[in-house]
Design a protein. Structure first.
Length: 406
């Protein structure tokens, strides 16, 4: 069953995303959703009570009782606020012990209404009750020959996907992504958020952006559902059925957690949810069709090894990483595509793809490494299982990124 499902996903991807054909059927038209002109809730201050001063507020979530939980990375803690934005308390703190964090970045609701907090530095989940009581920790097993992207954020055919379902249940999401229409070929990736309502929210702009960004909403069948425009300087955290919650920056880069209500047309259908996807236990994604030739793996890994060296040379003079291959003075072989998901003073994340086979490698250096990716470790789906060439050509697991600045 898994093999048939995987082949089906790969077929859809080849027909839809790579060739640029839309696999959508029917004549469904997207609804127009609008956000409230002003936030319905705003948490954060420039000056005042320390509890309301947010720094590196990387994730926030509305809990089932209406409270708001906010990851405040600057103090390595999770703060609780009432539905009206009043500070209630916090848990966590700097450290590596149970209930402590070195770099908390993502917050989700797990089964039984538990809180699941991801620590990017320790590469582990920390589970808590909704009152903050620590329950357990769970470290991920990193075996790229089994699953290259074991946490929530994964790369699939020029899509950077954030989904709250396990790696064993992703195949229907990959199939839905494959049905989306083609996007601007000059873009590095399309960003995809999988919501608890069973929808795909997509953007070709990375958030936050300097200007308002139009988001497209799709069903898991690839049909358009809606469009909605999010404000400038707004980063999505929690997409609810009738609200958006996320981080907003002012002109001084002060962090605020804001909530906006979503206005939908009367009779707008609710999504099917994710319960059926979560029940799947043998629906993981096949990232590459067939075996990747050893020489292809070696070529991709060698290119990245050279790129990493050139990036550090560039950083030593420019004090920033770059997405300009000319500035790196790199010659890219014919048939290889290079994309930079990010290149800033804080770090860089790149993808190299063999256009003939679809084989690819990803590498991230610095302080903005995507959730669950190991900084400095090369990930080459489909290659490590056969010959390990990708691992040999990249940085060693756990290697510290060079040059990235906070």
């Amino acid at each position: 069953m898994r093999k048939m499902l995987s082949l089906f996903v790969v077929f859809l991807a080849a027909c839809g995303t790579e060739r640029g054909d839309s696999a959508r059927t029917g004549s469904t038209e997207a609804e127009a959703w609008t956000l409230s002109l002003e936030p319905t809730l705003s948490i954060g201050v420039l000056e005042g009570d320390d509890a309301y001063q947010l720094h590196v507020a990387t994730s926030s979530r509305r809990l089932s009782d209406g409270r708001i939980a906010v990851v405040n990375g600057g103090t390595s803690e999770v703060r609780f606020f009432s539905a009206e934005g009043e500070y209630i308390g916090a848990f966590g703190g700097e450290g590596s012990g149970p209930g402590e964090f070195r770099q908390a970045t993502h917050l989700h609701l797990a089964e039984d209404d538990r809180l699941r907090v991801w620590d990017q530095r320790l590469l582990r989940y920390s589970f808590h009750r909704t009152d903050g009581t620590h329950l357990s920790v769970e470290g991920l097993q990193f075996d790229t020959s089994v699953e290259p992207y074991p946490a929530d954020v994964w790369y699939y055919r020029r899509h950077l996907i954030d989904s709250p379902v396990s790696a064993t249940s992703r195949a229907p999401i990959a199939a839905a992504v494959a049905k989306l229409p083609a996007f601007d070929s000059t873009r590095a990736v399309r960003y995809v958020w999988v919501t608890e309502q069973g929808r795909l929210w997509t953007s070709e702009e990375e958030l936050p952006a300097d200007t308002p960004v139009e988001i497209s909403v799709w069903s898991l069948e690839g049909e358009p559902v809606a469009t909605v425009t999010v404000p400038a300087q707004f980063e999505l955290h929690d997409i609810g059925p009738d609200y958006l919650l996320g981080r907003w920056f002012d002109d001084l880069d002060v962090n605020y957690v804001r909530e906006y209500s979503i206005d939908k047309p009367a009779g707008s259908a609710r999504g099917p949810g994710l319960s059926e996807l979560r029940a799947l236990e043998d629906a993981s994604v096949e990232y590459v069709v067939g075996e990747v030739p050893a020489e292809t793996s070696v070529a991709l890994a060698s290119l990245f090894k050279n790129m990493a060296s050139k990036q550090e040379i560039n950083y030593s003079t420019a004090m920033s990483y770059t997405a300009d291959l000319g500035q790196l003075e790199m010659e890219i072989p014919t048939g290889i595509r290079v994309d930079f998901i990010e290149a800033t003073p804080r770090g860089w994340t790149g993808v190299v793809t063999d256009t003939a086979t679809g084989a690819h490698c990803v590498l991230s250096y610095g302080n903005n490494t995507p959730m669950g990716w190991q900084g400095g470790r090369l990930i080459c789906p489909g290659a490590a299982k056969k010959d390990g060439a990708a691992k040999k050509g990249g940085a060693k697991p756990g290697a510290k990124p060079g040059g990235g600045k906070s």
